[in-house]
Design a protein around this ligand. Structure first.
Ligand code: C2E
Ligand code: CA
Ligand code: CA
Ligand code: CA
Length: 278
């Protein structure tokens, strides 16, 4: 029994050691990646179903690690949040996305919006609005072309402060959308309180729509609710024609998903925009 106890103790110690190692390695890795410009921003089109045109692209972060290759955001965004690096990384992503969007405008392509994901931690820094305005000024992009994607969890934080910040951002001309809608634990009533203009129906409801009756019911209910609250409804994760047909017949305003395009690097997004606008 004693023997086993000691082994357990050692295993436990090793596990902690490995965690610390990993913690330090990830932190240094992200810092270094920022210095070495290993992060990239990919863009995924959103198609306006009334016009059939791309009127917005979502900016999605990627890390091209020299040894590991492409590291997906689900692996480094939470780490960046944990290590206090999300503000720096987030600002880099925002600056890159705004500057790219402005460069499309300067190159004669019609003006589209860019949707950038913001994590809760970014909203905890009190000068967020000023920083965003500064980046918009630096990149010469008008606020109306920037959309902020936030999740329900943000609102669960410090409601009054968050609502104040969102109001300020909207009064400066930016749009705010609620991402992954329907997956959080919050009640529907907070949507009424929130200064947002767009609801993104989470891909988990879209995946088996329309063949799964429950998912189809949830999807169409979110669209109807959004419209009753004067909000725009967009569905994400649209991969199949039947999903598109269902969404169209329920008056969903826009769609995003592999059916139209995967997230692509800037030069490929340029081609998609050029092809569309001739
Ligand atoms: P999200 O904001 O919900 O982004 C949508 C995710 O769905 C993206 O994954 C996208 O590539 C994927 N996707 C798009 N269309 C389809 C489809 O038709 N089918 C399927 N199966 N998937 C589709 P990605 O790029 O791996 O990003 C994962 C998550 O990481 C994002 O989820 C977002 O929460 C987070 N993230 C990405 N970039 C950023 C960023 O710059 N800042 C922050 N804070 N979070 C980010
Ligand atoms: Ca998003
Ligand atoms: Ca989403
Ligand atoms: Ca998601």
């Amino acid at each position: 029994a004693k023997e086993r106890g000691r082994n357990h103790y050692q295993l436990y110690n090793h596990a902690i050691g490995a965690q610390v190692m990993e913690y330090v390695a990830i932190e240094n890795g992200i810092r270094q990646a920022l210095e070495r410009s290993e992060f990239q921003v990919f863009y995924q089109p959103q198609i306006n179903l009334a016009t059939g045109e791309i009127d917005c692209v979502e900016a999605l972060a990627r890390w091209l690690h020299p040894e590991l290759g492409w590291v997906p955001p689900n692996q480094f965004i939470p780490a960046a949040e944990e290590h206090g690096l999300i503000v720096r990384l987030g600002e880099w992503i925002l600056r890159t996305a705004c500057s790219q969007t402005r460069s499309w405008q300067k190159n004669g392509l019609p003006h589209i919006r860019v949707a950038v994901n913001f994590s809760v931690k970014q909203f905890q820094s009190p000068n967020l609005c000023d920083r965003i305005m500064q980046i918009l000024a630096e990149t010469d992009l008008e606020p109306q072309y920037l959309e902020l994607e936030i999740t329900e969890s943000l609102v669960m934080q410090d409601q009054n402060t968050v609502i104040k910040m969102l109001r300020q951002l909207q009064s400066l001309g930016m749009r705010v959308s609620i991402d992954d809608f329907g997956t959080g634990y919050s009640s529907l009533s907070y949507l009424r309180l929130l200064p947002v203009s767009k609801v993104k129906i989470d891909a988990s409801f879209v995946r088996e729509t329309p063949q799964n009756n429950e998912d189809a019911a949830i999807t169409s209910a979110i669209i109807a609710m959004a419209h009753n609250l004067n909000l725009i409804a967009i569905a994400e994760g649209v991969e199949r024609k039947e999903q598109l047909e269902f969404l169209r017949s329920h008056n969903c305003d826009a769609v995003q998903g592999y059916l139209f395009s995967r997230p692509v690097p800037a030069h490929e997004a340029t081609l998609l925009l050029q092809a569309q606008f001739k």
